[in-house]
Design a protein around this ligand. Structure first.
Ligand SMILES: [Fe+2]
Length: 378
């Protein structure tokens, strides 16, 4: 028998976290009515948001279209007390040979915020002649889809990655991505050439895969291997791979010996070469996450010795591949005003899709190099 006591319930005005429906992970966060700018949440509410990002890996805060670049920067920085404030990539990402060189345009008032998207966006933030270019697999994969496959609505994962310079700087804790102009359009299909699987997504969805799930999918033997392996990233990795092409799933690079030689790279020093554990421990949940940028690796230090480039890529591809099967991927369908915060040290992500000649999109992205590298707590 129910006891209908007369408790008075007042509608909570606090920050609310709701897991995403029909998605393998992720959550929607609504902000307290009294504080619509997420940069200035109370300490208690920010702690809830911080935990939600670490627990759900991808958090969507709707209706943030007008958040200023300054607020986005303050919010991003708040997730990492150790960061000093520099953008997650060093200046080399604009190097003429870097595979990142055409990705985005720095926001004039807040250079750690990058303007991303597609098409002409003249006058945005006072910038004249702003022409944005959505990165597509056509410029990065070893063997892109044919024109007729693309005309049939097919696409690929561009590059599965973690946001990080992977040389000198420590990987950012979170990335924030704001959708400002995200027109609705046709759907696209991601083809898995090895298995025949297909993932249908919104055009140019951002795809995410959980590093914790990636670890959980490993055999016990591979877990042990991963926990005891260190990844060595190439010096200036995005320049190192500039003449190469990626595998059709965007996980790593096809090994053909085309990488720049160490002498052809801009000046580099051994002390800045990044050595990071293959498994990073989530500081909130304690879960282990398989975290690696498969395109930028150079070598693996494994319990059985050092694996050089080609073998290292094969190993990393084998470990990562199960976790990008459609059922494990959350592909975010952008709505205008979505502010997505993702735990960059616990999730992998990829651009997908391509736009037609009249396509347009506008986004702001921010991540900040950390003051400390991630660690694996065994
Ligand atoms: Fe990214």
């Amino acid at each position: 028998m129910s006891t209908a006591t007369s408790t008075t319930t007042t509608a909570s005005a606090g920050l609310k976290v709701t897991p995403l429906q029909n998605a393998p992970f992720g959550a929607v966060v609504t902000l307290p009515v009294e504080q619509p700018d997420p940069a200035y949440l109370s300490d208690d509410d920010f702690k809830k948001l911080y935990d939600a990002v670490h627990e759900n890996l991808v958090v969507v805060i709707p209706n943030q279209k007008d958040i200023a670049p300054e607020s986005q920067y303050i919010l991003t920085k708040r997730f990492d007390p150790t960061c000093e404030g520099a953008y997650g990539h060093s200046k080399e990402f604009r190097h003429e040979k870097s595979v990142l060189r055409r990705d985005g345009h720095s926001c004039p008032s807040q250079p750690q915020v990058q303007i991303l998207g597609q098409g002409r966006q003249d006058g945005h933030l006072g910038i004249e002649n702003l022409e944005l270019r959505h990165p597509t697999h056509m410029s990065f994969h070893h063997t892109p889809l044919t024109d007729s496959q693309i005309a049939d609505g097919n696409t690929r994962y561009y590059r599965w990655h973690i946001d990080s310079a992977l040389y000198g700087l420590a990987p950012p804790v979170v990335t924030t991505l704001l959708g400002i102009d995200c027109p609705k359009s046709e759907r696209q299909k991601i083809l898995y050439e090895d298995s025949g699987e297909v993932l249908e997504t919104a055009q140019a969805a951002t795809a995410f895969a959980s590093g914790a799930n990636g670890f959980e999918l490993l055999s016990d033997e591979d877990k042990e291997f991963a926990l005891n392996t260190t990844v060595i990233y190439a010096p200036h990795p995005y320049i190192f791979i500039s003449p190469t092409g990626a595998t059709s799933d965007g996980l790593t690079i096809v090994s053909e010996g085309k990488e720049l030689s160490l002498q052809e790279l801009p000046e580099w020093e051994l002390s800045k070469v990044k050595k990071l554990p293959l498994v990073w421990t989530n500081p909130v949940t304690g879960k282990q996450h398989l975290q690696v940028h498969g395109c930028c690796i150079w070598k693996l230090e494994t319990p059985d010795g050092v694996q050089e480039l080609e073998q290292a890529r094969k190993t990393i591809h084998r470990l990562m591949r199960p976790n990008i099967s459609p059922k494990h991927v959350y592909a975010h369908d952008w709505q205008e005003g979505d502010l997505v915060i993702f735990f960059n040290r616990g999730v992998w992500h990829s651009v997908t899709g391509q736009f037609g000649p009249d396509g347009h999109r506008l986004m702001h992205q921010c991540n900040i190099a950390s003051g400390q590298d991630p660690v694996c707590v065994k």
